[in-house]
Design a protein around this ligand. Structure first.
Ligand SMILES: [Zn+2]
Ligand SMILES: [Zn+2]
Length: 373
């Protein structure tokens, strides 16, 4: 199962995922099929390809030097090391060669323009857990893009001429999602001061408080880029997504779009995401201490009780444009809600709080009384 394309049972045309109906559409006879119907016909689509060699047989090493590069990474899982090499597949529709990048998971045949999904890149441990299907159609994306650039001054005309807009691509990008339930505790002191005057005497009352916060905080869906070549600012800039609308992964969603599979392992991002979550949890708990003139937290300790990771594909409409000075400009749009981002810096901490945070499960407050001095 190297290359998959989904064929219309009525006319044998290619089926692509249609964001406006959330169904599969044949662009030749305009038939629409649901996810269930597509799955029912999947074996037929796969058996079509019985003549296509499987992934290991179908791929050619593109240079002998590549073997050495892959060999040096032999400590990695075998299937992941295999992704290091550029490979050539055969188009199931016209038989032409499809040359892919090392992380391509869905693309178009250069010759017949039919959409193809590289199944082997999305199987085994590289099988995504979930996907957010495109909801913004190409027409909407083009319109939003034009609206966006027309509000910007100093944008070169070439950036939004017709040819450039045709290059707008719908791409599924790979992300890690991290969930954690933290058990935390904080200790500190706080002070309230009140000053009043009676006759000639000024009184100052200082109340000292010992503060303790203890509780479990559950944080969900902190996303992190899982593609080495992705532009880091854009990968963060298209966030947040509504992760409640994630779907079980099916390859059909990729048909008609480009897709990249991950080449960054969970272990490479784990430490960073764990510390971001700890900081977020700490801030959340700290924010529950209110109503004092001054607060000093002395100790805080957060430990993960439960952790969960998933590998997801998220939809992005994107254009890359090389300016005259050689600088590469990026434009991306969240393919779920149409939110636009250029090359804007993103505050990761804020992001974790607004998009990542699902809720405070149980925050038990242990305020240990106030006393006078
Ligand atoms: Zn058809
Ligand atoms: Zn082809």
């Amino acid at each position: 199962m190297a290359v998959i394309s989904f064929k219309c049972p009525n006319c044998d045309g290619e089926l692509i995922f249609d964001p406006s109906t959330q169904k599969y559409k044949c662009e030749y006879c305009m038939s629409l099929f649901s996810q269930a119907e597509l799955e029912a016909m999947k074996p037929a689509a796969a058996s079509d390809k019985s003549g296509t060699p499987d992934q290991s047989g179908g791929e050619k090493k593109d240079a002998s030097g590549m073997r050495d590069a892959a060999g040096s990474a032999s400590d990695r899982a075998g299937s992941e090391a295999a992704q290091e090499e550029a490979v050539i597949y055969t188009c199931p529709s016209c038989g032409a060669e499809i040359i892919t990048d090392q992380t391509t998971a869905a693309t178009f045949c250069y010759y017949c323009h039919n959409p193809v999904v590289i199944g082997g890149r999305l199987s085994g441990e590289l099988l995504p857990n979930r996907v957010i299907p495109f909801e913004v159609t190409r027409q909407d994306a083009e319109k939003k893009f034009l609206d966006y650039v027309s509000t910007k001054r100093f944008v070169p005309r070439a950036f939004f001429d017709k040819k450039q807009i045709e290059r707008l691509s719908g791409v599924y990008f790979p992300y890690w999602l991290y969930d954690v339930e933290l058990e935390g505790r904080m200790d500190g002191t706080a002070r309230n001061i009140r000053v009043w005057r009676t006759g000639d005497v000024e009184y100052t009352e200082t109340k000292h408080y010992a503060i303790r916060r203890e509780g479990d905080i559950s944080l969900k869906n902190l996303p992190e880029n899982a593609l080495r070549k992705a532009n880091a600012k854009l990968a963060a800039g298209v966030l947040p997504y509504d992760f409640h609308r994630m779907k079980e992964f099916h390859m059909g969603y990729l048909s008609g779009f480009l897709a990249e599979c991950r080449d960054i392992r969970q272990t490479e991002v784990a430490a960073k995401m764990q510390s971001e979550m700890r900081e977020s949890a700490q801030k959340l708990m700290r924010d529950t201490v209110t109503g004092f003139n001054s607060v000093t937290m002395q100790r805080s300790d957060f430990r993960p009780k439960r952790e969960g990771w998933s590998y997801v594909l998220l939809p992005v409409w994107t254009i890359t444009y090389r300016g005259r000075n050689g600088k590469v400009y990026y434009y991306s749009m969240n393919g779920q809600n149409g939110r636009v981002c250029g090359e804007l810096p993103v505050d990761r901490k804020k992001l974790a709080l607004t998009s990542g945070l699902a809720g405070l499960l149980a925050l038990m407050l242990g305020l240990i009384g106030g006393f006078f001095i």
